[in-house]
Write a protein that binds this ligand. Sequence first.
Ligand SMILES: C[S@@+](CC[C@H](N)C(=O)[O-])C[C@H]1O[C@@H](n2cnc3c(N)ncnc32)[C@H](O)[C@@H]1O
Length: 272
Amino acid sequence: MLAKFFVSLLNFSPAIKRATWKWWYQRLAHRGRDTGWSFMNYGFTPLNGSPKLELSPEDEQDRLFIQLYDYAASQTPMEGLSVLEVGSGRGGGASFVTRYHHPSEMTGLDYSQSAIELSRQLHKNVPNLQFIQGDAESLPFEDNTFDAVINVESSHCYGNMGAFVKEVARVLKPGGYFSWVALRERDMLAETKLAFNIPNLTPIHNESITTEVIQALDNIHERKMAMIAENVPKAIQSAFMDFAGVKDSQIYNAFQEGNAIYLARTFQKVTL
Ligand SMILES: C[S@@+](CC[C@H](N)C(=O)[O-])C[C@H]1O[C@@H](n2cnc3c(N)ncnc32)[C@H](O)[C@@H]1O
């Protein structure tokens, strides 16, 4: 029952969707605080032939989740620039981007205050990285603040995707980049496409990365099952399996059957 709930939430009314995801992520930030668990995405396994990302030994355990961030971050210039991540979760991605893509300053924003507090604690030793509580649909920044914005597997929770995209365009400097990766049910694609249709954002990259995400879900399946068995109360294990996208969960099957897609799009802000 609860498991079904996560997939159908992708299609719920804006207010319910926003409130339910908020409740869920607030709760989630209290779990596994001392495990160092700092990613909440489905991961990405590059297809054969892609060069292997060099990681330090302590980052190896998070390789699949990091690879999704590396893919998103590699779509835009970042070195020496000011970068915002919207929906930074437990902060592992913002920390990776800061340490490997070298922005001059990196800001992670999430609407879960617990996730922000956890991120500040987990990544306190990373220079040039800060975390701020805020809402993707009403960003707490001045116009023209950032050179790049990234958004990784977060926007399926937003009540109003169009409001979020407008906010990104507002806080980006002219010429700045927006890299977005996210899952969508197939029947929401038209609505999502419409949300991106604003005059000062020019599309520069658009692809489906569903195959790479499914490969990552396959690669991480055993580890996730063990983690759920160890850390999650029995009553909500099945909901958690769906949330985590383990094999045979609703979302995993939806990806396999083509009813859900994992998309990657990049835009540049132009002056009109
Ligand atoms: C699936 S998690 C992904 C977290 C992180 N990007 C990662 O890949 O590890 C989605 C995140 O989006 C955040 N989120 C959802 N709706 C939001 C909103 N309206 N404003 C800011 N953050 C939001 C949630 O709190 C959660 O931390």
